[in-house]
Design a protein around this ligand. Sequence first.
Ligand SMILES: C[S@@+](CC[C@H](N)C(=O)[O-])C[C@H]1O[C@@H](n2cnc3c(N)ncnc32)[C@H](O)[C@@H]1O
Length: 252
Amino acid sequence: MATDNSKLAVEISPSAPFTEIEDLRITSQKPLIRKTSLRRQNELIGNAPAKVAARYDKLAPWMRFLECFLCSPKGFRERALSRLHLPPGGRVLIVGCGGGPEIPVACKLVGPSGHVDAIDISPNQIQIARRLCASTGLENVSLQVADAMHFSAPVGYHGVVFAYSYIAMSPHHRDIARHLWNCVLPAGYMGVMENKLPPGFRFLEPLVQAFVNCTYLGDIRIDPRVDFEEFGPVENYEEVLGSHCMVTVRKG
Ligand SMILES: C[S@@+](CC[C@H](N)C(=O)[O-])C[C@H]1O[C@@H](n2cnc3c(N)ncnc32)[C@H](O)[C@@H]1O
């Protein structure tokens, strides 16, 4: 399905944090999911950016419940971000930040002299993240509604992390990873946190993909580790409970 991606390109400006971008409008797309069989749903991957934005706008109030449903391990975010080895005063980009659960962790790591940029394709998710930053008094944060594929960074990053969002980046996950890898400073890191199917549960793939198609939109067959190997040896790969993983690769 052809979509005008250029509408989703949003420039980040360090001097204009918390910018509101209102031009993400879903075009008239037919609901693909409802009239399809489970088998067909399992093939429904690679959704257009505007569709993803609209879906996550709707999901925004429910993300916490969905996360509980997926049993996100305690301390997982902290651990994944610590694998980026962010220096105090460093700059980090959080991709697919949603309502911003990783932002306070990242702020703590870079300290008051550092900076956190966080992007998400969904304006509603960014609103929630903005409220979180305001209520917790985080000031060294810039939030942007942006498509990761068209995001242009103002400076190099010590770390870039895909925050439980990589499979949602289908079908352009490789291009997006390459695009953001270019923003990483030498000796910096890029990482991913992701849900995965435990090995013994592969037979559930069609069901789980159908769930993803109805909620998160993405392709559960994407293995970030394979993509990241293109950039260099994977420095860290960890699985928790067999259902969550993190991957980190270092530049240079
Ligand atoms: C599963 S949610 C995770 C949100 C948050 N990191 C959390 O853990 O609650 C995935 C997020 O990725 C965002 N996303 C999906 N595709 C994107 C893209 N191409 N560019 C930027 N964000 C995207 C979605 O809007 C959504 O907020």
